[in-house]
Design a protein around this ligand. Structure first.
Ligand code: ZN
Length: 230
């Protein structure tokens, strides 16, 4: 996972806040691009997640209540942060993507709204100075190594609907496929039983309807991360 200093490098800043070229309205955020779909977007500010949802225009959106206002990221491929979770600086907001009608290629659209949650009915302000400051302080600190957690996926373990439509569970060096709902549910029940008996070896598996379908790009990144064959 990239650090805040790496992900938000100046060379990855694209359309600035307020840009008007080729747009009906001034750009209401800062775009960070030049990363592959599936790249984990690290939080530039700490904050509690208040929104984690799909929007037809902005795709998968995560918004956190931060010291600077409501900080958001749009067009994610995978939501990485459930409502109510506190995500520290450098923790995961999700996987960068190209979702939503307004997206024209893989990028992260970063917003800052002083007073309104999503949808941003109130004013939005330029997040760029705060993001630059976060980048400078995190590079001084050597970046963050905070482990990520997201719905069904952490850097230690992942369960997802693969692009081939089978449910896949991965942890380092191991990949299991579940071809039916019953298969997965039986496995989940066995994990739940172990956890109820006090084992913390495995994360609680999400119910099947909460398991995210991932893109090929994300799937391949996860296979690489866990060291398993595609
Ligand atoms: Zn944008």
């Amino acid at each position: 996972m990239l650090s805040v200093a790496e992900f938000y490098a100046e060379s990855h800043f694209r359309d600035p806040f307020g840009a008007t070229e080729g747009r009906p309205n001034p750009h209401r955020g800062l775009d960070v691009a030049g990363w592959l779909t599936g790249t984990i977007v690290p939080a530039w500010t700490g904050g509690t997640v208040v929104t984690s949802q799909y929007d037809s225009a902005l795709g998968y959106v995560v918004v956190v209540d931060s010291p600077f206002g409501f900080a958001g990221v749009s067009h994610l491929d995978v939501l990485g942060a459930p409502v109510g979770a506190f995500i520290p600086v450098g923790g995961a907001w999700g996987a960068l993507g190209d979702t939503g009608r307004l997206s024209e290629g893989p990028h992260a659209h970063l917003t800052l709204a002083p007073s309104s949650r999503f949808p941003w009915t109130g004013p939005v302000i330029d997040p760029t100075p705060h993001i630059r400051a976060a980048r400078e302080s995190s590079s001084l600190a050597g970046g963050s190594t905070t482990p990520i957690t997201q719905k069904g996926i952490s850097m230690a373990e992942a369960v997802m609907v693969a692009p081939t439509d089978t449910v896949v569970h991965m942890y380092p060096g191991v990949k299991s496929h579940f071809t039916s709902r019953e298969d997965y549910e039986a496995y989940k029940a066995s994990i739940d039983t172990m956890r109820a008996a006090g084992s913390t070896d495995a994360m609680a598996l999400p119910p099947l309807h909460d398991v995210t379908k991932v893109s090929w790009a994300t799937y391949k990144q996860l296979c690489r991360h866990f060291g398993v064959a595609e």
